[in-house]
Design a protein around this ligand. Structure first.
Ligand code: ADP
Ligand code: MG
Length: 255
């Protein structure tokens, strides 16, 4: 068999992990030998027990964490070779405690990246209004509020709006709905999925909630300590036919 050109990525793959390893200075190996493809426009859920390296995997994509070995390709290019600041501008990032700036209004929070990019005032305010509408927050009511004047679910919506401000092709979400009450969470999940499909955003969603993964994702990657155990194209099958005992055990625990 001819040697395969490992740098080539098929057109439908946007993010490719190749032999990625992360060992922290403490000696903890968080990720080891990770090979994973994220397809263009899909919502890929990363599930697995706590401490198995999901967040580290996500944070290597926007280079908040640098891999110790291996490569991550974005659209065929090694992200390690480029400028991390430019990289982060095309990657939205949403975390559980959304990290809104407490002394800035909702509108100012959503406008964070447009301001860094020196958008003019009109373009920025139009975009903020559009994004707040998109995530179901009436701009007239919410734009001037401060984060402490919002519920957990509303804060999370603002976090999503902020991450989408420049319409990034990639969105990284780490337990994004974890702090939202169950009823609000379900609504937010459904609305988020609609937005993601409309925009065609490629999403990596970390969750320990197996039901969330199955309901929302196009595909699911099940992690065990340090790497991917199984990649599942049909999430519903994850529940019906776990590939092996480890997956079955995790799926069972998550429910
Ligand atoms: P998960 O998101 O799946 O719960 P993490 O990626 O957060 O897992 O963590 C994987 C492992 O790496 C854990 O053992 C964790 O303690 C360790 N770890 C994560 N971040 C750091 C860090 N900055 N320094 C040292 N160890 C870390
Ligand atoms: Mg985590």
């Amino acid at each position: 068999m001819a040697a395969k050109d490992l740098s080539a990525t098929p057109d439908d793959v946007l993010i490719r992990f190749r032999g990625v390893r992360k060992e922290f200075a403490s000696g903890t190996v968080a990720v080891e030998g990770l090979d994973l493809d994220v397809r263009r426009h899909e919502l890929l859920a990363l599930v697995g027990p706590s401490g198995c390296g999901k967040s580290t995997t996500l944070r290597m994509v926007n280079r908040l964490v640098e891999p110790t070995a291996g490569q991550i390709l974005l659209d065929g290019d090694d992200i390690g070779a480029g400028d991390p600041v430019a990289l982060r501008r095309c990657i939205g990032y949403v975390i559980q405690h959304v990290g809104l700036f407490p002394h800035r209004t909702v509108a100012q929070n959503v406008a964070t990246v447009p301001r860094l990019l020196r958008w003019d005032r009109k373009r920025t305010t139009d975009r903020v209004d559009q994004l707040l509408d998109l995530v179901g927050l009436d701009p007239a009511t919410y734009a001037r509020r401060y984060p402490h004047e919002l519920s957990g679910g509303e804060r999370q919506r603002v976090g999503v709006a902020r991450a989408l401000a420049t319409d990034p092709p990639v969105l990284l979400m780490d337990e994004p709905f974890g702090a939202v009450d169950p009823v609000g969470r379900r609504r937010l999940q459904i609305e988020f999925r609609r937005i993601q499909e409309d925009l065609g955003t490629t999403v990596m969603l970390v969750t320990h909630d197996i039901d969330e993964a199955v309901q929302l994702a196009d595909r699911v990657a099940v992690f065990s300590k340090g790497g991917v155990l199984e990649q599942i194209d049909d999430p519903v099958r994850l529940l019906a036919q776990p590939a092996n005992d480890t997956v079955a055990e995790f799926v069972g625990q998550g429910r």
